[in-house]
Design a protein around this ligand. Structure first.
Ligand code: FO1
Length: 316
């Protein structure tokens, strides 16, 4: 039986680009995307799951290409009205995007699980690959700045990542269980590769890995684990990764991210800009263009990542 399932771990914007690339080079039934839910929060009475939605919109081809989050061809009447009423308009919910949050909130209140809602919405948007929340249990990323603990979206969006990050916490993660579809896939003996997408390692990937049993299940899968560096030339492509690393006292580099993943990685895809200083990161390094600006970039990087995994598997 040839190992054929690819399990990808992803947060929002950066990870979603590679997830889309993987979905374009793999048959739909050979890709399972594990979505971070640590960014989730309740806002305006709605249950918001930013990384799930960013992945869903990217895989459905209806994402906003300029921002990477939210939908394209959006209108903003609701936001304008909320602002005019003195409501909270710092977290931008477009009119079409809003429908998803309202409908998900309704279904969750009826007792459906986040994964059930996600699977149904992905089906309705024509997505063949599986997008599975890392857990149906509540996990919330919190950031400790100078003014104390705040929710992740307050840090990331309302305060534009300005607060100095002293500490991160994933509330609820110790009680969270990996979603059963993820553990079943990892135990199937049928996994070709586990791909760590180029999302923020701290707030997008670590919540996934911090779920008890997740790391062990990944290692027990027998599949090569290959990560794509989210840092290019010492900078994050988007978002606060490099700033966070410096504030957390870590080396803001591709090597620093690999060190953060510890002994999890078998392969590491690093951009040409970081090739010189990468050194020994405890994983086989592949140098490639990791900046994804076009669809072709996404597909090419997905191919590079899968080739690296297959090469590692062939040496096992
Ligand atoms: N990110 C922003 O920087 N500003 C926003 O107003 C914003 C709104 C938003 C709405 C829905 C959604 O699914 C994502 C949204 N994001 C916004 C992105 C989101 O905060 C981040 O992508 C993730 O939480 C980090 O990966």
């Amino acid at each position: 039986m040839s190992k054929r399932l690819v399990v990808a771990l992803s947060g929002g914007v950066g990870g979603a680009k590679l997830a889309l690339g993987l979905s374009l080079v793999l048959p739909a039934d050979e890709l399972l995307v594990v979505a971070n839910t640590g960014d989730d929060f309740e806002h305006l009475g709605l249950s918001i799951s930013p990384d799930i939605d960013t992945l869903t919109y990217a895989l459905a081809g209806i994402d906003n290409p300029a921002t990477g989050w939210g939908r394209r061809n959006e209108t903003w009447s609701f936001m304008d009205s909320i602002g005019a009423l003195g409501g909270e308009d710092w977290f931008r919910l477009g009119d079409r995007d809003l429908a998803l949050h309202v409908e998900r909130t309704r279904r969750l209140r009826l007792g459906q699980t986040l994964s059930e809602v996600t699977a149904d919405i992905c089906g309705r948007l024509g997505i063949g690959a599986r997008v599975v929340p890392m857990s149906d249990d509540r996990v919330r990323t919190r950031v400790r700045g100078d003014a104390g603990w705040i929710d992740f979206q307050d840090y990331f969006v309302r305060q534009h990542c300005r607060p100095v990050v002293h500490e991160l916490a994933f509330d609820g993660v110790t009680l969270a269980r990996p979603h059963a579809d993820i553990t079943a896939a990892l135990r199937s003996g049928d996994v070709r590769a586990v791909i760590v997408c180029p999302s923020n390692p701290f707030v997008s990937v670590e919540p996934i890995l911090a779920i008890p049993g997740m790391r062990d299940a990944i290692k027990a899968s027998g599949a090569p684990v290959v990560a794509v560096s989210p840092i290019i030339g010492g900078q994050a492509v988007k978002g606060p990764t490099a700033k966070m690393m410096r504030e957390l006292g870590l080396e803001a580099s591709a090597a620093g991210v690999a060190a953060r993943y510890g002994d999890l990685l078998d392969g590491y895809i690093v951009d040409h800009a970081d090739a010189d200083g990468i050194g020994n990161v405890g994983a086989r390094v592949t140098i490639a263009r990791t900046l994804m600006t076009s669809l072709h970039d996404r597909e090419t990087l997905a191919g590079v990542t899968l080739d690296a995994a297959d090469a590692l598997a062939s040496q096992r």
